[in-house]
Ligand binder design. Sequence first.
Ligand code: TYD
Ligand code: MG
Length: 464
Amino acid sequence: MSRPSHTAFLCRSCSASFPKWVGRCLVCNNWNTLDEVTLSPALRGVPRGGAPPRRLAEVEVGEATPRPTGLDEVDRVLSGGLVAGSVTLLGGEPGIGKSTLLLQAVASFCRHGEAALYVAAEESAGQVRARAERLGPLPPGVWVVSEGLVDRIPACLDVTAPALVVIDSIQAMRAGEGGAPPGSVTQVRECAHRLVDEAKDRGVAMVMVGHVTKDGSLAGPRQLEHLVDTVLSFEGDRHHALRQLRAVKHRHGATHELGLFEMRESGLVGVSDPSGLFLGDRLEGVAGSLVYPMVEGCRPLLVELQALVAATPSTVPRRSVEGIDAGRMALLLAVLDKRVDVPLQGCDVYALAVGGVQAVEPAADLAVALALLSSAVGRPIDPRLVACGEVGLAGELRNVPHLPRRLAEAERLGFRRAIVPASAPDAPAGLEVVRVGSVAEAAVAAGLLGGAMTARPGVPARAA
Ligand code: TYD
Ligand code: MG
């Protein structure tokens, strides 16, 4: 018996798709995990009678004009704004501020008379209103509906005729009564397909929220990335106010921009001068601290790195990092031991990037190494000095991307000297650039090790 071609069987556990029912999923090998689903037109492919093929050279360039949301940091990441008929997936951990960001974007978008519909699938309309109270004025064009049934969305769109619709969240939506529970891979895919069809048919810009866990493994968002035009990721450390918005995929522009926000009592506020934010509470003249010019996306920001090296009687010394790559720090400790002759392997070592920033790029190596060394020898580093470079296993310094941009930012914020790899390109005037070939040379340039390398308080002496 042949089945109608508009159904398929999806595995509940791995979301593999099969034309026929089988008792055991051929991909993940789980038993009885296949559900029959009705495929949306998008999945069924183009029906007969659709547009004929054309020579690519004769196709006119599409008019994908982005419409600004009015939130500068969001528009920066979206290369100008939201494109009509495009679908954006906003991923992030629960509680990071996705609903807050989108409610602010919706309110800002409607300031000039546009209409937007906020579909709250997880909250009541009253809860959305309560949040909106904290966020500022509400233009009349902002509509809300508390609805989790995807079948009812077209009617809501008919009534409100919005230019922007927000689905918060895709995991809380369900298609039809009964069937797989909301949040299951089958439901998320089916709902997303139907909503994408709706957005494309009506030419309305759509933003869907997708919750992801720390490892990004939760059913849903990862499965949808191919289906949408834009994937945004909203990130941050819950214990800090800083939030970062970046584009993981963007069909209508570049993906290298970074949006920065600070979560306040009255919602998210765009951060136009991040370096100033991070360096605000800096304590100068303390050993173990050094500023490093980081680049996130294409955006330079100066971040303070701190290290604390302490002698310990324990045979298993502690290693603790926050915002710094643990593997790279282990490598740097080994390099300091073997190439600079400063053995810290037996000490407790703590290192962090201030402000909840993730300074995990290899360009942070030199700064981490110098901060460790500074704490170990108990000598503060000149507070007007920055350092940047990737460290190799031979203790050599390697060039890093965007160095001119990093140094320009350092110069703008009043730094005077920069320790950089020997092959670094020219730096802006006003900044004295010290080119060095190795970590050991950098340590001397930073005043941490004298030429003779004698007095090194705090460093456990190597057996002579
Ligand atoms: P929320 O937008 O609900 O997160 P998500 O939709 O990603 O799950 O916001 C999460 C947190 O933000 C919540 O714990 C409270 C905090 N918050 C503020 O600090 N200030 C505000 O103005 C708002 C609205 C929320
Ligand atoms: Mg939410």
